[in-house]
Design a protein around this ligand. Structure first.
Ligand code: NAP
Length: 677
């Protein structure tokens, strides 16, 4: 790279440079300039107004399926142009594999969350939580928890180590929730983040104002935020503490999600001796975690806990593996680990190692300058892996608190499983802990002991290791975050992540009002009989509340006996009068629940080929009262909700109620069908 790229901010639909020259960033590998970035003079207040006034309304006008389609499009576009990002990512000292986690991991997170949103969120702009709460005797007064998009802007502040993934994992959930975003990458790798952001803008998939970018700090970002805004921060505990205690954030109770540093541990179970497969799995995982991204991962293993008797053995196994790691220019042949992001980061890591030295000694490696592999590589930002050893971790403090954000971890012994739990929990809240064991009793004791102090627990053994995503990988469908020191935040976790950007409100009123407000038919609301059987109506013609009421059908003893013989279900309650009568639930022999369901289908199904393409399943099924021989049943079928799937069909949820001749409800359930559009 000859000329440094002048990074630009994306402000109210326009690319603009900062007024000053901006901060320079140099290649961590060669030391040559890569970019300059600044946001001095950027009109931050105008960005906030643009997001709130233009981006927010435009996003909120889109339904969840429409938002999901766009988020998926963004993921595909990033993948299509990924090589542009790999080229830049190499300057951060990242190997191709490190880049893959960041770049394809970022695109994959967009795709995964878009697909989950498409399958799990309704066709609308609100999300209902839980079921209707009956608040009065007759059911005329009910309550429902409803999520709506917040009306502010999501301010995303990111750490340097995952410029693409860090930006995308936050963007995906915010955009799906209908909230516009201002994103601020960290300066060390802002050139990768800006390129990724540019790809999103150039895709033209998002409405105006949905996303804006700051490549520097134009001033105090917290001062003008309102209670409808939200901050999602990733970085060090110190920066998080300063930002979340900002007087404006405190005064307005601004939602603040923090993902901070974390002193994660990995534990070798006492059963995982060197002759067991779990031993090798553990050694490989520790080395992978120490060297991936040169240890610059919030989830990396910082503490390695092993049974006292295995301390020396593990030390030699790890040292042998670490000795085989070639450090150098990621582009050079055979290089397994690249550099830290900058010379300054190397200095910071060394300072942390020096702090740790008060309680540890070098077991492998040291602080000497590395001669990196690769012709053009300069040593400034390189650090070889360092394994420290602490023989008395119970009396130590710094090893449980100091994060050396580089290829550094401390090996330590534990005396018993309970001791291992205590030591893990000394980090006072961490993102992840892993245990390598094939002993289920130990796995249970350990997991339940550490779970309250951790966001994620990985139990690895011979059965899952091959397919395991490993200790260090946050996944789009599982919550990422940890209590206490780790920030107390939660990101990702499928739809949970989307809900962080929405407000939950308890709405009270009549079932009819709640049906109108939520767009989902609620039991007790008007159920209007439609002149045409709803199975004859196409997806687009069906309306919430459309109802079909069947004729009655009397169930005879012969029906029950026939069903028992035909299906083989001869449970005594259907076949033995005396035994059935002795059962506290039944007056005597009764119809099978499945018979009631089958007869109900026979009563409501319209048989000719038509818009209903398939029965997709049942939900919430409950059998509430027995049906005796001679009883007559009747079915009410009401359109409860609709969700588009593909252009040719959509999913319809039907509220089904089966009643007896005396009016008692016999069964209730939700029936799902796929209906042609
Ligand atoms: P950092 O120094 O705390 O910076 C994080 C971000 O905060 C940067 O974008 C930084 O930008 C910004 N920032 C700092 N002061 C600010 C202010 N007054 N107003 C607005 N923004 C401000 O952290 P880092 O060195 O980039 O990242 C490394 C740390 O992040 C490690 O400790 C690691 O464990 C942690 N991390 C945690 C997670 C997680 O998910 N838990 C993930 C990745 C990294 P400027 O430098 O421009 O101010």
């Amino acid at each position: 790279m000859t000329n440094a790229i002048e990074l630009q901010n994306y402000v109210a639909g326009r690319w603009t440079r900062g007024d000053d020259g901006g901060q320079p960033a140099v290649s961590a590998v060669t030391g040559r300039p890569v970019s300059t970035a600044g946001a001095a003079g950027v009109d931050y207040a105008a960005m906030l107004m643009h997001a709130r006034g233009v981006g927010g309304p435009a996003l909120r006008a889109l339904s969840f399926p429409e938002r999901a389609k766009r988020v998926k499009g963004l993921g595909l576009e990033l993948l299509r142009r990924k090589e542009e990002l790999y080229a830049l990512s190499a300057h951060t000292g990242a190997t191709r594999r490190d880049g893959w986690i960041d770049i394809e991991g970022g695109a994959g997170t967009l795709l995964s969350l878009a697909s989950k949103a498409k399958r799990e969120l309704p066709d609308g702009t609100t999300i209902l939580e839980g079921s209707l709460e009956r608040l009065s005797k007759s059911g005329a007064f009910v309550g429902q928890h409803v999520y709506t998009s917040k009306h502010g802007v999501a301010l995303h502040i990111n750490a340097f180590n995952f410029p693409v993934w860090g930006m995308m994992e936050k963007l995906a959930t915010a955009l799906l929730a209908g909230m516009p975003v201002i994103t601020k990458p960290a300066p060390q790798s802002a050139y990768v983040a800006e390129a990724a952001f540019r790809i999103l803008v150039e895709s033209e998939l998002l409405p105006e104002g949905a996303i804006q970018l700051l490549v520097g700090l134009p001033g105090d970002l917290m001062a003008d935020l309102t209670s409808q805004d939200l901050v999602s921060f990733t970085g060090s505990a110190a920066t998080a503490a300063a930002l979340k205690s900002h007087p404006n954030v405190v005064a307005k109770s601004i939602r603040f999600v923090a993902e901070q540093d974390s002193i994660n541990a990995s534990v070798l179970g006492p059963d995982a001796t060197p002759d067991q497969p779990e031993y090798e799995l553990f050694i490989d995982e520790v080395v992978r975690e120490m060297t991936t991204k040169a240890g610059q991962k919030c989830t990396a293993i910082r503490r390695i806990l092993v049974p006292e008797a295995l301390l020396d053995t593990v030390e030699s196994s790890l040292s042998a593996k670490l000795a085989a790691v070639t450090v150098g220019d990621p582009a050079a042949e055979g290089v397994r680990m690249g550099s830290l992001v900058s010379a300054a980061q190397r200095e910071r890591t060394i300072a942390s190692v020096q702090e740790l030295m008060a309680e540890t000694r070098f077991a492998y490696g040291d602080l000497a300058l590395v001669d990196p592999a690769g012709a053009g590589a300069r040593p400034d930002a390189f650090l070889a892996p360092i394994l420290l050893r602490c023989d008395a971790p119970g009396e130590a403090d710094g090893v449980h608190r100091t994060e050396a954000f580089g290829p550094v971890a401390t090996l330590m012994p534990y005396a018993s499983p309970a001791d291992a739990v205590t030591l893990c929990n000394r980090a006072d809240g961490a993102l992840v802990v892993s245990l390598f064991t094939h002993d289920p009793a130990l796995a249970r004791e350990f997991t339940l002991g550490v779970a309250p102090f951790h966001g994620r627990v990985l139990v690895s053994d011979r059965h899952c290791a091959r397919e395991s995503t490993g200790h260090g990988s946050p996944l789009p469908v599982l919550t990422h975050g940890g209590p206490g020191r780790a920030g107390g935040g939660e990101e990702l976790g499928g739809i949970r992540g989307v809900l962080h950007y929405m407000q939950r409100t308890a709405i009270q009123g009549s079932p009819q009002m709640l049906t109108q407000i939520t767009g989902r038919w609620q039991a007790g609301a008007v159920a209007e009989d439609h002149p045409v059987h709803p199975f004859r109506l196409r997806y687009d013609e069906l309306e919430i509340g459309h109802t079909f009421r069947s004729k009655e059908r009397t169930i005879s003893l012969e029906d029950i006996e026939h069903f028992a013989a035909f299906t083989g279900d001869k449970f005594y309650a259907h076949t033995d009068e005396e035994a059935a009568a002795a059962n506290p639930f039944f007056p005597g022999r009764v119809a099978h629940g499945y018979l009631i369901l089958s007869f109900a289908a026979g009563l409501f199904v319209d048989p000719e080929p038509g818009p209903v393409l398939a029965n997709y399943g049942l939900e919430r099924l409950r059998f509430l009262a027995p049906v005796s021989p001679g009883d007559a049943i009747q079915v009410r079928l009401t359109v409860e909700g609709k969700k588009p799937r593909k252009s040719e069909y959509g999913e319809v949820t039907w509220d089904v109620e089966v009643t007896r001749q005396d009016g008692d409800v016999v069964a209730t359930y939700a029936l799902l069908t796929m209906n042609a559009t």
